[in-house]
Design a binder for this molecule. Sequence first.
Ligand code: HEM
Length: 226
Amino acid sequence: MAAAAIALYRSSIGKKAVMAITGIIGYGFVIMHMVGNLKMFEGRDGFNHYAEFLRTVGEPAVPERTLLWIIRIVLLVAVTAHVTAAIQLTRQGVAGRPTGYRVKRRVQANFASLTLRWGGLALVLFLIYHLAHFTFGVAHHDFVRADPYHNVVSAFSNPAIVGVYLIAVAALAMHLFHGVWSMFQTLGLNRPSTDRLWRGLAVISALGLFAGFATVPLSVLGGLIR
Ligand code: HEM
């Protein structure tokens, strides 16, 4: 069983399957996080109560933060496996070709994979900054540990920080759009008859995700949330 799983992982299709499964886990988290962020519109009590719920969910059956840590570990493993498989697939693509390309063609198909790689790297860097900013507070100028509402409002009063977050969520939306699209290609689901439909749905969900994330920083900057 284990040997079969390792043999499958060695093949490029096995790595792509790992990328798809871990990508779907990440996508699920991102949607839940976006919806959770919108609770900023419920005010300080609503948002902080929600953050408190995330810390204490499962109590008293399990100690505080148990489920939170399970989610964190699943996410960390998923992101690590996603990045590792991506690097290995890239290397395989190069290693499998002894002479290399005579002419480097960056045509349309390559555009998606290039933006996936560089966008993916940018997202990892953003995630490190984001955790230092809102979770650990070391990159925040006025961090109050048990008051995430205050942390979000005081951070987004600065247009430069709003700019960083808008760029990051735009990169995320593009990454998810291209990621879902390449998954469809791997699964062979793209056909001329349904391409327009899938593409339309992928564009709408990426724009929805961008709008959902962008609303909170922009509303703080515009004075709607204070
Ligand atoms: C406007 C956009 C965003 C806002 C306002 C925001 C806000 C927050 C806040 C306030 C926390 C800390 C919660 C707490 O400790 O109580 C947090 C944690 C986190 N955010 Fe975001 N976030 C945004 C975008 C993103 C994006 C795009 C990602 C992923 C690509 C992301 C991933 C995470 C992760 C992994 C955590 C740590 C969760 C944990 O382990 O406690 N966030 N976010």
